[in-house]
Design a protein around this ligand. Sequence first.
Ligand code: 13P
Ligand code: SF4
Length: 320
Amino acid sequence: SEEKAQYKEEIKQLLKEKNAVLVAHYYTDPEIQALAEETGGCVADSLEMARFGNQHPADTLIVAGVKFMGETAKILTPEKTVLMPELEATCSLDLGCPIEEFSAFCDQHPDHTVVVYANTSAAVKARADWVVTSSIALEIVDMLESEGKPIIWGPDRHLGSYIEKQTGAEMLMWQGACIVHDEFKAKALRDLKVQYPDAAVLVHPESPANVVEIADAVGSTSQLIKASQEMDNETFIVATDKGIFYKMEQASPHKKFIEAPTGGNGATCRSCALCPWMAMNGLASIKAALESPVGREIHVDPVLAEKALIPLHRMLNFAA
Ligand code: 13P
Ligand code: SF4
């Protein structure tokens, strides 16, 4: 629409004026993803977002995603201004892992190496030995396991149990879940596969174990997009936030992408696989963040940030 085109032009101008760059996640609205690409920013998974922000010379990062992504950017580059379209955009994994309880859990097992998912608060990262994202969680736990280290894993129990199966590690696990991925249903997915026998099933590892079991490819958002390009199938059933369809369809316009079912009884809930916090990001709020950063700037307690930087650097150096 005309209004959107106007917003886009204004944002482009503001990005230049403020020497700012837009760092967006694959779950954000397609128009945000497209704008990030058009303006020299990035659209990426959470590890690549962290890396991009860390390396980019801009003074200001606009992180279109959820709070933990903005906090990670701020911890990695405290000298930069980190803005978010909506500071209330959080994550059920972050909410379900309060620092006091998580820290007490860790204190009970002082001999354990603490590995936390990036989808956590700065305080939880500061309590951890390692931070991982879904794209390198397996490799890092595999390495720790081969060194014989006992591991505490938090907060996503589905990603945790997937890692246990793949690596043979037995981890003490926090019982968190992603409210979006937790809704995918194995029985309905099997039924859908009967309808599309040639389809490949792509699953984000935050999904329940019985859904991950059915997958032909499991991985981070970037890894799922790559799989959709590289696999020869013409049809894909995709179990992750539907924001990802924009990139998959753009990369392979001749292929067919179908949403994995989230409802029971084989019914597909058309609006379920959509993260409510990712959906808070919009063109209007991006423009507002650039115009008046008050109330849209990420601040991290410097003491926590200094501690959280250690496991974050371990992750970035491991993946490098
Ligand atoms: P990725 O690291 O795969 O982008 O995942 C982030 C996330 O929040 C998934 O729900
Ligand atoms: Fe968190 Fe799930 Fe939303 Fe990802 S999709 S940000 S894990 S609530």
